[in-house]
Design a protein around this ligand. Structure first.
Ligand SMILES: [Fe+2]
Ligand SMILES: [Fe+2]
Length: 471
């Protein structure tokens, strides 16, 4: 069960061979996926890339590393191992056996949840497709491609569920996942942040830190699902996500480190003369990516999400570590709200506040990164600090969508916002400057001037390893 067969056209650990109909359906989707990858995936021509491929779902040694041509990457279907005794951990079905099939009454909701998750995976590949042309090092280039092929595999993970459990509707949705495109006028991706472009590597690192991290939290709630195949799929995806988080965290680390080095070495705040990116620009990029990622969690209150929870479709982050009845029918909580026009909090039923609950877990996690970056500044002997902006800053979704607030949380009139927003969000000048710093460095062991080299390479290889062979 746990060893995928790589002799198969579609490597998998779900005994696809036993289900000819499903196998045929997925094999007919496969060429569409590959032509999507060719037309919407990475644009930089490469011979091969040092990539990891999942070969097992167990705790130890689940991945294999080798140089492979990206087109021949073995995108497969991997679910975490089944626990035959698993029971539902929350909601009105708490304590009942987990579902191996989709209950008819929850079919539409489950399909929707899977489609929304599935839509983000290829979207990020599309957003990042041109970044290879300006990679700061071969190491970074390899990490970009690793993230890309794994987001492609996450699409496979969701498409498998759609094909295997949702019949004709599921197959149609799987086709749609390849038809919608990031930033498209006619058929954009479902969620706003996935239609923004990722034009430069600072954006890429901020995206993998903040926006990919939203994905981690969404997968964490779906991992709790009563629908066991979804739960097992997400559990395995979370394993791969850890690398994406690492790319974002250490990526920003290295930009901050390089900037700090130049500030101290040259006794100046203005590092542009040395080809690096100043702290105010880094802060504005952070403000942007953080605030659009907060929007991905939806409104502060949501009856849909309350229903998903009660039905057992989507749980909370670390559901099993929560010390309550896992039903929440009688509980209340405070959520962020506009109270008589002021930024404040309001008490709501705990079930309707679940988006807020998840967003708070996410915010706590984001704080860890900011603390890391501030430690880098501190150990360089600099008094400057980065920070997360206020929850009401630059929001387009939820309680604060209709107001404007500064990063410190003061309410602003529309005019004040218009006058001051360039202090807080990336300006055209910032973006042009950052883009002007993006020159590809493809020599082994070399790195661009605006970023420090990583402390460790990949899979024990040195930084100067030949991670990518260009075509
Ligand atoms: Fe993903
Ligand atoms: Fe990811």
């Amino acid at each position: 069960m746990t060893t995928p067969d790589y002799a198969e056209k579609i490597p998998n650990n779900v005994e696809l061979r036993e289900d000819r109909r499903l196998q045929r359906a997925l094999e007919s989707w496969q060429p569409n996926f590959l032509s999507w990858w060719e037309s919407m995936g990475p644009t930089l021509p490469t011979r091969d890339v040092y990539l990891r491929t999942a070969i097992n779902v167990g705790r130890e040694g689940w991945a294999h590393f080798a140089h492979v041509p990206m087109r021949d990457y073995r995108w497969g279907i991997f679910l975490a191992e089944r626990d035959p005794g698993r029971v539902i951990g929350f909601g009105e079905h708490k304590g009942e056996p987990a579902w191996e099939q989709v209950p008819g009454e929850y079919r539409a909701d489950l399909r929707r949840l899977i489609v929304i998750q599935g839509d983000t995976e290829p979207a990020s590949v599309e957003q990042q497709r041109n970044l290879g042309a300006t990679a700061p090092s071969l190491y970074d280039l390899r990490n970009l491609f690793q993230v890309n092929v794994e987001e492609g595999r996450h699409l496979w993970a969701m498409v498998y569920l759609l094909h295997a459990y949702f019949g004709r509707d599921g197959r149609d949705e799987a086709d749609e996942l390849l038809h919608r495109n990031s930033g498209s006028e006619d058929s954009p991706r479902i969620l706003g942040a996935f239609n923004e472009e990722t034009p430069d590597w600072l954006s890429f690192f901020m995206f993998t830190y903040f926006t990919d991290r939203d994905g981690k939290y969404q997968l964490g709630t779906l991992k709790e699902s009563a629908f066991d195949p979804l739960s097992r799929t997400c559990e395995f995806m979370l394993k791969e996500e850890a690398h994406h988080m690492m790319v974002g965290t250490t990526g920003v680390d290295r930009v901050v480190e390089r900037t700090a080095q130049l500030m101290v070495g040259n006794d100046t705040d203005d590092v542009a003369a040395f080809g690096a990116i100043g702290l105010p620009v880094i802060q504005r990029y952070l403000n942007f990516h953080y605030s659009v990622s907060l929007d991905l969690f939806g409104g502060e209150t949501s009856t849909n999400v309350a229903n998903y929870y009660t039905a057992g479709l989507k749980g909370r982050w670390n559901e099993d570590r929560r010390k309550d009845d896992h039903k929440l029918t009688d509980d209340g909580m405070l959520v962020d709200a506009l109270v008589e026009g002021e930024i404040g909090q309001a008490e709501v039923a705990a079930l309707t506040g679940l988006n807020t609950d998840l967003r708070r877990e996410y915010i706590a996690d984001c704080t860890i990164g900011v603390n890391r970056w501030n430690k880098i500044l501190e150990s360089a002997g600099l008094p400057h600090r980065l920070g997360l902006p206020h929850i009401a800053f630059n929001r387009k979704v939820g309680a604060f969508a209709g107001i404007e607030a500064s990063p410190s949380g003061e309410l602003l009139s529309p005019t004040e916002w218009q006058q001051r927003k360039t202090e807080w969000l990336p300006t055209d000048v910032d973006k042009t400057y950052v883009r002007s710093r993006m020159h590809a460095v493809y020599d082994r062991g070399k790195i661009a001037s605006w970023i420090a080299p990583p402390r460790n390479g990949i899979n024990g290889q040195p930084f100067g390893y030949d991670y990518v062979h260009l075509a």
